[in-house]
Design a protein around this ligand. Structure first.
Ligand SMILES: *Cc1c(COP(=O)(O)O)cnc(C)c1O
Length: 462
């Protein structure tokens, strides 16, 4: 299996190359050239298997034999042993036919752990095999940075530098990053805002000469291996509820679209899915596009669900590639127009999307109302991201006989501000993290200057 770009110009790559590369040279994103299939029998045979075993079976065709089975099984088992629940991603029943898929039992309490625990280990494996080292650089306003650090802290061949805006991330989120005292982990607090940090990371990828030939790797959500890892929990949860004999639907709190795109891949592989409901917060580009064919940027709004605060949804390009029947030139043309001005999808691709996707946008006031309502009805305290999903799932339910699985993307303790605003006293951190506020921290404060940051990276990488 090879991987091709959504814009049709970049060379096709192997799995190993795609994992080490990130964005394609034509500005597109890599997708598998053919979608592997999971037959009815393949799915039926997964009933009752461990999460790691299902993960091995679902991902194997994407790996293409580039990691031998025994090694890959070991990587998968190690990655998911870091989760604090034996089911890794347990289902929690909310009503007769509505379920929460709890994706927050990993080391940083949000769903990004599912992909990053695996990606760090896969990267380390390929680097060891090549006898190379690599540097990871990323900017974060919260979830991704801590999940990337936890995913790489044990990787011998990787050094990770995560930039966050100084004094502008919550204490819990900062400490989840800065209390990891591993030798290959470097936290940098930038005297500026998130955009400053992001811009310096982008500039460093554009001109990597400051690293004298060492590879710079991105672990953001455009990395194919992250999508691949996320396909697994769609399959595992559907099988737990009766797939392939029974269809299910999914509701996904969405921003960059990596998560729900992974669900769509599971469907394309053969998982019977009635529909996907995309939940957004007030940053509603995905909802506007699907509901009103308004594919345009709007100003960023800071919401109570900050990990879904985006202007552009980068992985949506992967779905557009399918909706435009894999016409890379058409996708490139649409996205160039989108960068310049408000635009719209052509009729046929939009109609194709609407066959499988519904959407709903949830504002801050409604997030608070939903947290109270869900608690009243189920005794569960939802985090604000999951709350958008809870409401969207109810509003866009479709066939009530089909089980609805809403993805719980974060633990409520991680977003206590919204929970407290909704009128609750707060949520304690889970036991393995209850001393987080007492742990020793380590980070460096640097000015928002590219040369200072690059010098720091060049001097400290091992
Ligand atoms: C990243 C994140 C999302 C959005 O996921 P995408 O894959 O970007 O659509 C939703 N909820 C939480 C808690 C997140 O951290």
């Amino acid at each position: 299996m090879r991987y091709i770009s959504t814009r049709g110009q970049a060379p096709a790559l192997s799995f190993e190359e795609v994992v080490l590369t990130g964005m394609a040279s034509d500005g597109g994103l890599y997708v598998p050239e053919e979608v592997p299939t999971l037959s009815h029998d393949d799915l039926a045979a997964m009933a009752g298997l461990s999460y790691a075993e299902i993960a091995f079976r679902v991902m194997k065709p994407f790996i293409n034999g580039e990691i031998d089975d025994e090694t890959f099984r070991g990587i998968v088992e190690e990655a998911y042993a870091t989760f604090s629940h034996d089911a890794v991603v347990p289902l929690n029943q909310l009503d007769a036919n509505h379920f929460l898929l709890e994706l927050f039992h990993g080391p940083t309490l949000a769903f990004k752990d599912v992909a990053l625990q695996l990606l760090g280990r896969i990267l380390d494996h390929f680097l060891m095999k090549r006898g190379e080292r690599a540097v990871i650089m990323g900017a974060t306003s919260g979830d991704t940075g801590s999940a990337a650090i936890e995913g790489c802290r044990h990787c011998d061949n990787l050094d990770i530098f995560i930039l966050h805006p100084h004094n502008r991330v919550s204490e819990v989120q900062r400490r989840q990053m800065t209390t990891v005292l591993a030798d290959n982990v470097f936290n940098v607090a930038i005297e500026g805002n998130f955009d400053d940090a992001q811009a310096m990371v982008k500039a460093s990828f554009a001109d990597q000469s400051f690293l004298n030939g060492t590879r710079l790797v991105a672990v953001n959500s455009i990395n194919w291996a992250r999508i691949m890892a996320q396909i697994v929990y769609y399959v595992a949860s559907a099988v737990a509820l009766g797939a392939p004999q029974r269809e299910v639907s999914f509701c996904v709190p969405s921003a960059n679209f990596g998560n729900v795109f992974a669900g769509y891949m599971a469907y394309r592989m053969g998982l019977p899915v009635e529909r996907f409901v995309i939940a957004t917060n007030a940053n509603d580009i995905l909802h506007r596009t699907l509901a009103a064919n308004d594919f345009s940027k709007q100003e960023l709004k800071a919401t109570l669900a900050p990990s879904m605060d985006i202007v552009v949804s980068s992985n949506f390009e992967r779905l557009l590639f399918e909706a435009y029947e894999r016409d890379g030139a058409a996708v490139a043309e649409l996205l160039e127009r989108f960068q310049a001005e408000p635009t719209a999808l052509a009729d046929a691709p939009l109609a194709r999307l609407r066959e499988k996707f519904a959407s709903h946008s949830v504002d801050d006031a409604t997030i608070l109302e939903v947290i109270r309502e869900a608690h009243h009805r189920t005794q569960e305290i939802l985090d604000p991201h999951t709350a958008t999903g809870y409401r969207a799932a109810e509003r866009e339910r479709g066939d009530a006989a089909v089980p609805m699985i809403t993805l719980a993307t974060a633990h409520p303790a991680k977003f206590a501000e919204a929970v407290v605003k909704a009128g609750f006293p707060g949520v304690p951190l889970p036991p393995h993290m209850d001393d987080l506020l007492e742990r020793e921290e380590r980070y460096s404060v640097l000015p928002a200057e590219l040369s200072a940051v690059q010098q720091f990276v060049a001097e400290n990488r091992r």
